[in-house]
Design a protein around this ligand. Structure first.
Ligand SMILES: [Zn+2]
Length: 133
């Protein structure tokens, strides 16, 4: 790990809750239906809890019944990176913040139209900015 990355992680460890740190930096997963945004329906923008980048918008959030905030499209494709994840004996596609590499969750291909995608994201990876006005 580089010096820069060590410094960033030390700063995040101070600023984030233990769960937020575990999920974003150690690729953890919060327990289903426990995250604060799982059933959150306010209008606004979801941001990366680590670096503040805008990642998802409430318009593209849907209730997948899975217990995690689910979106059928990110705010912009270049805000997130996707990686093949073969951990836990499964082949999944991991989603990370393109700006800071924070782990966000996974994307599955069982979402609603028009994309057919389901971005299954941990609440612990997200911040929220209500729409002004
Ligand atoms: Zn980030």
């Amino acid at each position: 790990m580089s010096e820069r990355r060590k410094q960033d992680q030390a700063e995040l460890r101070r600023r984030l809750s233990p769960l937020q740190f575990h999920v974003t930096q150690e690729k953890g997963t919060e327990r289903a239906f426990t995250g604060k945004y799982a059933a959150h329906a306010e209008v606004g923008t979801y941001t990366c809890v680590c670096c503040g980048t805008d990642l998802f918008e409430s318009k593209k959030k849907f209730d997948a019944g899975c217990g995690w905030p689910s979106f059928w499209l990110p705010l912009a494709g270049d805000r997130i990176h996707q990686h093949r994840d073969t951990s836990h004996g499964m082949v999944r596609t991991e989603v990370t913040c393109a700006a800071c590499d924070a782990h966000l969750g996974h994307v599955f291909d069982d979402g609603p139209e028009p994309t057919g995608l389901r971005y299954c994201i941990n609440s612990a990876s997200l911040g929220f900015r209500p729409k002004a006005g």
